[in-house]
Design a protein around this ligand. Structure first.
Ligand SMILES: Nc1ncnc2c1ncn2[C@@H]1O[C@H](COP(=O)(O)OP(=O)(O)OP(=O)(O)O)[C@@H](O)[C@H]1O
Ligand SMILES: [Mg+2]
Length: 226
């Protein structure tokens, strides 16, 4: 069986995950690699329906356990429908957020038991872990501010504003716990993570990410550009 390469992007709100995931995907595609781009929660028909429930600002009554299980349900669908099959063909999967977000947001952010989350995550993913995870590290307030500015900038134009959702709307202390949670996850598995300063320009970040991915692909896998 061929083995692909699984790359994820993590970090707090507005760090630039979606921007960089797309840049990397487009660069890999132009360079001729077999690659897909997906996101969490979502990425499948069922997962995108679950995403709508999760981010709806009206759903203030959602219990933390419901939130965890919905994220996990979307993840289970994404892994079984898209990620595993594509890795099995030997391709590269780029995913905008993955299971680390559950540990950071529901574990460190909401205070849920990490071992319990690990058990649920294992059920959802069947134990599938990324080969490489980029942590776009940014001051929480800078990230939230980027999203606000992005929203104002596109008002009245035809552009799409960065999304402002139920999870973004939580208080600053929560977002700080989430950011500290990501730091803790890096400490636990330093070999899987690559930490980058997300306050650099989009182009500088994209270049660093590209260099890292190229060197990891050369070391780890037989995937070659076609
Ligand atoms: N390196 C950067 N420097 C300045 N602004 C940036 C940078 N990267 C992204 N942005 C801008 O910041 C906003 C958020 O970027 P993006 O949506 O990629 O972040 P995200 O981490 O995916 O956010 P979310 O947590 O909402 O998913 C966008 O308006 C984007 O254009
Ligand atoms: Mg995003």
């Amino acid at each position: 069986m061929k083995r692909g390469f699984f790359i994820t992007f993590e970090g707090p709100e507005g760090a630039g995950k979606s921007t960089q995931a797309r840049r990397l995907y487009e660069h890999l595609q132009v360079a001729g690699y077999p690659v897909i781009l997906t996101r969490e929660p979502g990425g499948t028909r069922i997962g995108e329906l679950i995403r709508r429930i999760l981010i709806d600002l009206r759903h203030t009554e959602m219990a933390p356990t419901t939130e965890i299980l919905l994220f996990s349900a979307a993840r289970a669908q994404l892994v079984s429908e898209l990620i595993r099959p594509y890795l099995t063909t030997g391709g590269i999967v780029v995913c905008d957020r993955y299971a680390d977000s559950t540990f950071a947001y529901q574990g460190y952010g909401l205070g849920r038991d990490i071992d319990e989350l690990r058990a649920i995550t294992n059920i959802a993913t069947g134990g599938l872990k990324p080969d490489l995870t980029f942590y776009l590290r940014i001051d929480v307030e800078v990230g939230l501010q980027r999203k606000r500015v992005g929203r104002e900038r596109v008002e009245g134009s035809s552009g799409h504003p960065p999304e402002w959702n139920r999870l973004d709307a939580r208080d600053l202390a929560y977002h700080r716990r989430v950011a500290e949670g990501f730091n803790e996850l890096v400490r636990q598995e330093p070999e899987r993570w690559c930490v980058l300063d997300a306050e650099q320009s989009v182009d500088d970040l994209a270049e660093q990410i590209w260099q890292l991915v190229m060197s990891r692909l050369a070391q780890d896998t037989p995937i070659a550009a076609q």
